[in-house]
Design a protein around this ligand. Structure first.
Ligand code: AMP
Length: 208
C-alpha cells in the first residue's frame, strides 16, 4: 500500500524541507498548496486572486484550495501533503477524498518560528530556501539574488501565526483525538527530524 502522509505544523516548522526529502526518498508526490498558489498568485478566480489573501497572511478560500488538492490527488499514488489541511473544513473534505497512512506534526515553539520565518530567503531561480543567520549560500552570485517572500515580513508573519493558532491547531487536535497524530520535535537538526519521520513511516527509504 502506498504511503499517504500528512505533514502538519506551523508556518516555519520545516514542512517544506521535510516534504521534499520525503518525496525524493520514498518516491512520493509532493503536494503543496502554498507552492501551487504562489505559482498562480495573480490568477483571477471567482474568489479574487490568491495574492489578495496570501499577502495579508490569510487563508485562501477552501473552494479554491480543495480544487488544487483534488486535481493533485487524482494524479498521485503515494503522496506527502504539505500545507493542507489548514482548517477543519479542509480536513473533513480530505477525509472524503482519501485515507491517510500517517499524520505527522512538526512541533516548533513560537520564538523559533518567528526567527526562522523572518530570516528565511529564497532563491527565485531554483526555489531553494536559505536563512540569513543559519544557512547562506557560499556562492556570492546566489547570495546576491536571494529574495524574501512577501509574506515572511515581520508584520505578516504575526498574522500568519494567528491564523495558524485559530484555524490549524484545531486540525492537529482533531488528528490527536482520532489517534492518528505522531509528534516529532521540529527543533531538532533537519537530518534528525527526517530520521524520526522515516521511523514513523517504518520503511527503509532505499527500498523504494
Ligand atoms: P505556505 O507556503 O504553506 O506557508 O502557504 C502560503 C500561503 O498560501 C498561506 O499563508 C495561505 O495564504 C495560502 N495557503 C497555502 N495553503 C493553504 C490552505 N491549505 N488553505 C488556505 N490557504 C492556503
Amino acid at each position: 500500500m502506498s504511503n499517504r502522509i500528512l505533514l502538519l505544523g506551523a508556518p516555519g516548522a520545516g514542512k517544506g524541507t521535510q516534504s521534499k526529502r520525503l518525496a525524493d526518498a520514498y518516491g512520493l508526490e509532493h503536494i503543496t498548496t502554498g507552492d501551487a498558489l504562489r505559482a498562480n498568485k495573480d490568477m483571477e478566480t471567482e474568489y479574487g486572486t490568491p495574492r489578495e489573501y496570501m499577502d495579508a497572511g490569510e487563508l485562501v478560500p477552501d473552494g479554491l484550495v480543495n480544487e488544487i488538492v483534488d486535481a493533485a490527488l487524482a494524479d498521485a499514488d503515494g503522496f506527502v501533503l504539505d500545507g493542507y489541511p489548514r482548517n477543519l473544513s479542509q480536513a473533513e473534505y480530505l477525509s472524503e477524498q482519501t485515507d491517510l497512512s500517517a499524520a505527522i506534526f512538526l512541533d516548533v515553539g513560537e520564538d523559533e518560528l518567528v526567527r526562522r520565518l523572518t530570516g528565511r530567503r529564497m532563491d527565485p531561480e531554483t526555489g531553494d530556501i536559505y536563512h540569513i543567520e543559519f544557512n547562506m549560500p557560499d556562492d556570492e552570485e546566489i547570495a546576491d539574488r536571494l529574495v524574501q517572500r512577501d509574506d515572511d515580513t515581520e508584520e505578516v508573519v504575526t498574522d500568519r501565526l494567528d491564523v495558524y493558532y485559530d484555524n490549524t491547531e484545531p486540525v492537529i487536535e482533531h488528528y490527536r483525538e482520532t489517534g492518528d497524530l505522531v509528534e516529532v520535535d521540529g527543533e531538532a537538526h533537519p537530518d534528525e527530524v527526517f530520521e524520526r519521520i522515516s521511523e514513523v513511516i517504518g520503511e527503509d527509504p532505499s527500498d523504494d
